[in-house]
Design a binder for this molecule. Structure first.
Ligand code: ATP
Length: 81
């Protein structure tokens, strides 16, 4: 069975990581502020729980569930931005 070239995999992974890290901070800030103003109270509560955990350098595991279209992705986008 052919074995993948480890150097290529490493380069590919790094390229993907580098691309992901090339975000525009001011654009992300604008996006965050826009989404943040629109969060519902429930989304806002989850947002603060996750952000507080990260800010306090605590470990956390969050599972957000809800019916389709209730704003889970909307919330994720706000948290990651
Ligand atoms: N607080 C909000 N203010 C304005 N629009 C919102 C808000 N929350 C969600 N939406 C909008 O509602 C729609 C559905 O939201 P979203 O895709 O986040 O739901 P979801 O729970 O992730 O759905 P699914 O489980 O089907 O993936 C999207 O168009 C999103 O932009």
């Amino acid at each position: 069975m052919p074995v993948p070239n480890v150097n290529s995999i490493s380069h590919f992974s790094n390229t993907m990581v580098v691309r992901e890290l090339q975000y525009d901070i001011s654009e992300m800030q604008k996006q965050h502020d826009t989404y943040f103003d629109q969060l519902t109270i429930e989304q806002m509560n989850i947002y603060h729980r996750v952000i507080n955990c990260v800010s306090n350098k605590e470990h956390g595991f969050f599972f957000v569930h809800g019916f389709s279209g209730t704003g889970k992705i909307f919330l994720y986008k706000n948290i990651v931005s």
